[in-house]
Design a protein around this ligand. Structure first.
Ligand code: AFP
Length: 321
């Protein structure tokens, strides 16, 4: 089984700036994983602070953010960083020509109850190097991403990457402190039977979402369910399960969150790129996620992602007005 380094050697990418960035992400995730595994859960939660989206900040959110920012700011290829935890963009090396947008610890409200969390990264090129990063540099369509990564800190720790039209998964060997290629060329089944949505919101979502959820609840001729509902509340974990088994994840607009809950640039775009390279599909109900041009760096969006046939089935409800 190829190690992380051997894989990039085999792809002849081991001397590329992108490899150095991925290596930083890998090292950062190993440090975060160590804290998650060895920390006292009570020390990891609730800093008493709110982030710029007015959400409670768990202590590990801050720790994870600092670990990653520290690594990225030492990387000469990285010009600027956008993080869920920081209102403004963080400067890197003026001469670098890469930008990173990240959610350092997604699903962090789950930490105290021992449920999987994740880190999400979007990596893309800056138009012109030699100048400091500005917000405008980050307002790119998701299709312009060079590479996307998430790490799932679950029963095992898995590093999933979308690069050069392919998706690969690496599993962390804790003894060797190294990731190994365990899931080469991941393809999301074109159909599945898992639907993931927070049904607590069902009364405040668009009628098309209600129609789709009702469709998922239909029984077959033998009176058995046709679909199964699964919602962890950690995007990375919900998406990963659906990617491996076939399914759809939906976080729609709700009446109290008219733009949806999830952030376009550093949550939805990287997951959408991974979905695309694994032959799946994403949308906000009206538009492909990867075609959306963000207007602000912390913009939210409705998010539908998963097996092609399931996403198409849902989108058909929008077409049949
Ligand atoms: P936290 O990072 O605050 O736990 O939020 C997680 C998340 O951004 C995403 O991972 C989940 O899919 C979604 O929010 C869950 O939101 P609801 O609690 O509204 O269902």
């Amino acid at each position: 089984m190829l190690s992380f380094n051997q894989f990039f050697e085999s792809e002849k990418l081991n001397h590329s700036p992108i490899f150095n960035i991925l290596n930083d992400i890998k090292n950062g995730s190993i440090l975060i994983n160590n804290i998650l595994l060895n920390g006292n859960p009570n020390d990891l939660v609730s800093s008493g602070l709110k982030n710029i989206q007015e959400e409670n900040v768990q202590k590990l959110d801050i720790i994870a953010n600092n670990i990653l920012l520290d690594l990225f700011q030492k990387n000469e290829s990285i010009n600027g960083i956008l993080s869920e935890e920081n209102e403004n963009i963080i400067q890197g090396n003026k001469k670098g020509n890469y930008l990173i947008a990240m959610d350092p610890l997604d699903g962090s409200s789950n930490i105290s109850v021992n449920i999987p969390v994740g880190s999400i990264f979007s990596i893309f090129k800056k138009k012109n190097s030699g100048s400091s990063a500005i917000e405008e540099d980050f307002l790119k369509k998701g299709k312009d991403q060079e590479c996307a990564v998430y790490i799932l800190y679950g029963t095992a720790t898995i590093f999933v990457i979308a690069l050069n039209n392919k998706v690969h998964g690496f599993t962390l060997n804790l003894e060797k402190k190294e990731f190994y290629l365990t899931y080469p060329n991941i393809n999301i089944p074109e159909n599945g039977n898992i639907y993931s949505i927070n049904e607590g919101n069902i009364r405040s979502v668009e009628k098309e979402i209600k129609q789709y959820v009702n469709y998922c609840k239909k029984l077959n001729n033998n009176g058995k369910r046709t679909h199964t509902g699964r919602f962890i509340g950690s995007l990375v974990a919900d998406f990963h399960r659906n990617m491996m088994k076939g399914g759809i994840f939906i976080y729609p607009k709700t009446s109290d969150k008219p733009n949806g809950q999830l952030r376009l640039i550093y949550e939805c775009n990287p997951i959408a790129l991974i979905a695309k390279y694994a032959n799946a599909k994403s949308s906000d109900g009206a538009q492909n996620i990867l075609e959306k041009k963000p207007k602000t760096i912390h913009e939210r969006t409705a998010f539908i992602v998963g097996s092609i046939k399931m996403v198409d089935k849902l989108l058909n409800f929008y077409k049949n007005e």
